[in-house]
Design a protein around this ligand. Sequence first.
Ligand SMILES: Nc1ncnc2c1ncn2[C@@H]1O[C@H](COP(=O)(O)OP(=O)(O)O)[C@@H](O)[C@H]1O
Ligand SMILES: [Mg+2]
Length: 426
Amino acid sequence: MSSSSSDVISGGSIAVAIVSVITGGIVVIVVAILIYKCCKLRMWRKYGLSPPELPASPPPRPRSDDDHAVAALTTTTVDVIKERPVRFSSPQLREMTGDYAERLGAGGFGVVYKGQIPGGLAVAVKVLGSDMGRRAEEQFMVEIGTIGRTSHVNLVMLYGFCFDADLKALVYECMPKGSLERYLFFLDEQEQGLGFHKLFRIAVGTAKAIRYLHDECARRIIHYDIKPGNVLLDEELEPKVGDFGLARLCDREKTHLTMTGGGRGTPGYAAPELWKPVPVTHKCDVYSYGMLLFEILGQRRNYMHGMESQEQWYPRWVWQRLEHGETEAVVARARAQGGAAAADKAERMCTVALWCVQYRPEDRPSMASVVQMLEAHDHVAAPTVSPFAHLDPQVIITTSSSSSSLLHTDDTTGGTTSTHISHHIT
Ligand SMILES: Nc1ncnc2c1ncn2[C@@H]1O[C@H](COP(=O)(O)OP(=O)(O)O)[C@@H](O)[C@H]1O
Ligand SMILES: [Mg+2]
């Protein structure tokens, strides 16, 4: 009797223990799921994207059913996506791109495909690696949050995105003429270039887009990757700046943003301070824009292997020509393409470029001044200090004075003599 009752008791406690373990386990799982969902929701909110407000994505369906997946995207959707970014599902994007049939290009973040939303709207779908790390996922959110709130005639519009487990992608307005990079560097022999007047227009439009990002958005946006590949062209060859993948929002009051995790941007366009552990400001975009201006001016890459050494690094060659009063050598190509008016624009472009690539960020103009200088009809004085002085081992740039001055080290005496290069370009 006692043994059987103790058996019942121990059997009962085992049952109780099992039930408790199972209940405990379920509670832990439910809490974990809730915490996870909460974190996800907070992440969406952090970037200004509220999933419940977004059109619901249909669950992934087998391929045979996919034919109808995009049917949900009516012309109303076309109107909606012009208002704010829409969330698409992975099957919808496959359908929109015709199973990723047409490739528009590829960049650091992934491949870009052509697509179409029913109703006829052409889109460019940028597919990002699905095995993203946490950092890349955050970057993705930043990109959506950043572009979703911008609207400017010279900025590429973000229509939507996909954030499914198997696919992370961005859906942009399609820019039918591709990027400026192609027109500057990759034209076939028989293809006609854009001509200097059009190139100048593109330069001004691009400057206006960056001015908007810096000064006219609710919060300042630093692009970090201004280069010809990120200046896209519409049907009329009007420019729109795209690829905010590296953009970071920062408070206008906080003028400095200290970068961690090494350099960013693209070599050749990235400002020198981006490669150093020093505070970075929006002036890094001004530097990259200056490098872009040089490439527009020369209609060649700034750095070219195999050229005569003086011309290999085009921006420095330009500075040297102006220093020697040989402006015509710089503007000759523009003059050949568009006469005296183009030569005049080229000279202004050249002066502005030299200001933009000044070594010290504080010596570079704001993008508002850049636009003003480019559009001004009066003469713009060129900087008096070579932007490339820091590349010369014998020259040290003093950083104490409000305007840059150069100290030439005097090897024979060991002393230094302050020399202000006073070369105004006329
Ligand atoms: N919205 C778009 N419309 C048309 N083509 C695009 C668009 N976005 C990107 N592309 C093309 O895809 C290429 C790769 O773009 P991207 O991924 O942004 O890389 P990157 O900026 O490094 O070139 C671009 O150079 C351009 O030719
Ligand atoms: Mg790009």
